[in-house]
Design a protein around this ligand. Structure first.
Ligand code: ADP
Ligand code: MG
Length: 627
């Protein structure tokens, strides 16, 4: 027999207890209080927010603003549960553009701490203060705006208090909470004091738009963040015509960190943790960042409020998009677009930043208007120009690879005395010009190309760089379903496993799409009859073997969709110039020029850098010059 519990009558909970329960969701630690109070200050139109803390925020959190203030008659109301000035009906909830709207933060905080308000509106002769616990209203002194003081957090709920960490940890969380606000509001000044000492201060920007955000990011996250971050924007014209735009900054792959502690995403100015955005950003880095490295970014998403539900989480840190695919696409495009531009070519392609008018439904207090010239289009332009100039695929005659099969590089990577031209690196002498990666001067140990530019010495890992160039070219061709193929004058035959023979037969259409023709000569022999033009200088047998190997692992019909990039990377590796291959100066220059216009060429296919600049200052330092 089981013991039945004693039944108690169903009763409504007292207000205080309801608020304490709500506080369980909203108020986890001092930083949660800081976030809610700064939210309120921003909603009140503050231009300066000052946070004063004692004991990591446990003993005191005071948030002071210069916003619109609260009239004395409404001070008590502000502390009530579900009391808000921000929405009044369902339509307003669905179009909400303020940070707060649930009307529960102050009530929840007041149920677990000692709260007092001091506020003054523009028209009032002086300020009024209210003690939450006693309900005592008294005249006070301050300028327009509001100060909310929260003392002895969790004084009545020792169980919660026990979960708090050291003062310095709680302080760090409080600073982080303000930092998240600060990155979205460059027009607002912030200051944080702890135990009477100023611990952080970010001044209000005097200008608008993306430049203000750039300055704030530099201020809050450090110059390093912004020095290594690329501006991004989707759609390319920065317009809100589609009711959605993404802008901000994405760190170059080199700036990636071991922790995901510099990934900021905002939806209509609200800091969010969102799987869709996070996944899209990660996907954009897929091709340039490998392993566990965490990219850094600050992404701002402006979206028609009707297309996002912000009322899905008590602290509003999560949102739900009506069409998450659309957001995923926009974020991925925006970040990918920024990363695709090779930095080597950027010296020659200045980004123009011209602020644009703020769109109709953007909340007036927020600065989101901006715009700059899309670089994607420019680069596309330059790629085609230069491939003609420098003998990219377009400029190569159909017979240039004829000797393939005779005079190839040997498998161990040593080069013959009279080197074959490297595909894509056939080059005219370098015309005069200010080339970002400079003029080639030498090759070092068969691995590095050395070049001289205005800043000093450029060092290029030639295999890594060429691999990326070949890979990107293959990708472009495959995307256009136009991989150029080149027949071998004498087919390259090799003895194959039964599995390889079977794959060659069943996957013939896929191979053809990849520019490969591999046919059985006998049950144990395959013949490579054509290879992609881009890879014509490589070893056709090694290429065929590795492609067949990859195809055998995947469903052949799906390999082009699912494993396309892996496959192309494998192929590119075969087509890229090997170590120890001696390059002529013209070939080295051609490699540099190709890098300048190839998307993602700052990293090889494995995410490692392809080039480094050694500036004159660094060289001078090596030789202790000028000291
Ligand atoms: P919510 O922000 O969801 O409306 P809160 O409990 O945080 O709920 O605040 C209740 C109300 O108190 C707000 O709607 C606003 O009218 C007023 N209020 C709170 N903080 C401030 C402030 N710093 N300046 C002006 N009004 C404020
Ligand atoms: Mg609020």
């Amino acid at each position: 027999m089981t013991d039945l519990p004693t039944r108690r009558p169903i009763r409504e909970l007292p207000d205080e207890l309801i608020s304490q329960i709500a506080a369980g969701e909203v108020v986890e630690r001092p930083a949660s209080v800081v976030r809610e109070l700064v939210d309120n200050a921003l909603d009140a139109g503050a231009t300066q927010v000052t946070v004063r803390l004692l004991g990591g925020g446990v003993r005191l959190i005071a948030v002071e603003d210069d916003g619109i203030g609260i009239p004395p008659g409404e001070l008590a109301q502000a502390l009530k549960r579900h009391a808000t000035s921000k929405i009044g009906n369902l339509a307003e909830l669905e179009a909400v553009s303020t940070m707060g709207f649930r009307g529960e933060a102050l009530a929840a905080i007041a149920s677990v701490a000692e709260v007092s308000l001091l506020s003054r509106t523009d028209d009032a002769p002086h300020a009024w203060g209210l003690e939450a616990r006693s309900g005592e209203l008294a005249p006070g002194a301050r300028q327009r705006g509001t100060t909310v003081e929260v003392r002895e957090l969790f004084y009545a709920t020792p169980a919660r208090r026990k979960f708090l960490k050291s003062d310095s940890t709680e302080l760090a969380h409080c600073i982080e909470a303000v930092r998240r606000h600060a990155l979205a509001r460059p027009g607002v000044g912030f200051a944080i004091w702890h135990e009477g000492k100023l611990v952080a201060q970010w001044r209000a920007a005097l200008f608008d738009g993306i430049e203000a955000t750039r300055a704030r990011l530099a201020d809050v996250l450090g110059e390093d963040f912004i020095a290594e971050a690329l501006p991004l924007q989707w759609p390319a014209d920065g317009s809100l015509a589609r009711g959605l735009r993404v802008w901000g900054f994405a760190g170059v792959p080199d700036a990636a960190r071991s922790r995901a502690d510099q990934q900021f995403a905002y939806v209509n100015g609200r800091y969010v943790r969102d799987k869709v955005i996070g996944h899209a950003a990660r996907a954009a880095y897929e091709d340039v960042l490998h392993g566990q490295r965490q990219p850094v970014y600050a992404l701002y998403i402006d979206i028609d409020p009707a297309r996002v539900d912000v009322n899905v989480h008590p602290t509003k840190i999560e949102v739900r998009f009506r069409d998450s695919r659309e957001v995923h696409h926009a974020v991925q495009q925006a970040v990918q677009g920024a990363l695709a531009v090779p930095r080597a070519g950027q010296l020659a392609a200045p980004a123009v930043a011209t602020p644009e008018p703020i769109a109709a439904w953007t909340p007036p207090a927020r600065q989101t208007g901006f715009g700059f010239v899309p670089r994607e289009a420019e680069v596309g332009q330059r790629v085609s120009d230069v491939s003609v100039l420098w003998g990219g695929e377009a400029a190569r005659g159909p017979l240039t690879g004829l000797s393939t099969g005779f005079d190839r590089l040997s498998p161990n990577g040593t080069s013959p005395d009279r080197p074959e031209p490297v595909e894509g690196l056939t080059a005219a002498p370098l015309p005069d010009g200010d080339w970002p990666l400079g003029r080639a001067i030498a090759q070092l140990q068969g691995i590095y190309v050395l070049a001289e530019n205005a800043h000093g010495l450029v060092i290029v890992d030639m295999h890594a760089a060429h691999e990326r160039i070949v890979y990107e070219r293959l990708k472009r061709q495959l995307d256009a379903r136009a991989v150029q193929s080149q027949p071998l004058l004498i087919p390259a035959t090799f003895s194959a496993t039964p599995e390889e023979v079977a794959t060659a037969e069943t996957a013939a259409p896929t191979l053809a799409a990849l520019g490969l023709e591999v046919t059985p000569l006998s049950p144990r022999t395959l013949a490579v009859r054509a290879v992609p033009t881009t890879l014509a200088q490589g070893d056709p047998v090694a290429l065929a073997r590795s492609v067949l190997g990859e195809l055998a692992q995947h469903e052949a019909t799906q390999v082009l969709q699912r494993a396309e990039h892996e496959l192309l990377a494998t192929m590119a590796c075969h087509g890229a110039v090997r170590a120890n291959r001696r390059l002529t100066i013209d070939e080295m220059n051609a490699l540099l020029r190709q890098m300048e216009v190839t998307e993602r060429s700052d990293q090889c296919n494995h995410g490692r850098p392809t080039w480094r600049q050694l500036g004159l200052r660094e060289l001078d330092a090596l030789f202790l010059r000028g000291r």
